[in-house]
Design a protein around this ligand. Structure first.
Ligand SMILES: [Zn+2]
Length: 111
């Protein structure tokens, strides 16, 4: 996933994070009606082969970095970009924060 795209949820306040968490736990039906939901373009998801069905929309996805525990939000718009433009895998999840992914990258460059 690109560093340039996934930066809007980089430093959420506690309030923003808890709100994202609350929305993320709602039923799909309620999420879909929520103003923060971003509609999916299914035509752009044709690269995805899944028996689980394609998403109709995206919501912000809160997560804790698996390396340092920092809380960040993978924003709905960034997820849309990742799946639809970067053709990412639909099961992909954000697992590391911005700083850790950056550190990882510069480590790769050293070798
Ligand atoms: Zn981290």
């Amino acid at each position: 996933m690109s560093d340039d795209q996934m930066d809007t949820g980089r430093d959420p306040t506690d309030e923003e994070f808890l709100e994202a968490e609350r929305i993320f736990k709602l039923t799909l039906h309620k999420q879909k009606k929520h103003p923060s939901a971003v509609e999916a373009n299914r035509k752009k998801l044709s690269h995805i082969n899944t028996y689980g069905g394609l998403p109709e929309f995206y919501v912000d996805q809160p997560f804790e970095c698996r390396s340092c525990g920092k809380r960040e939000i993978w924003k709905a718009a960034d997820r849309k970009w990742y799946y639809e433009e970067a053709k990412g895998h639909i099961d992909a999840k954000a697992v590391e924060c911005h700083a850790c992914r950056k550190a990882q990258k510069s480590n790769d460059h050293k070798t």
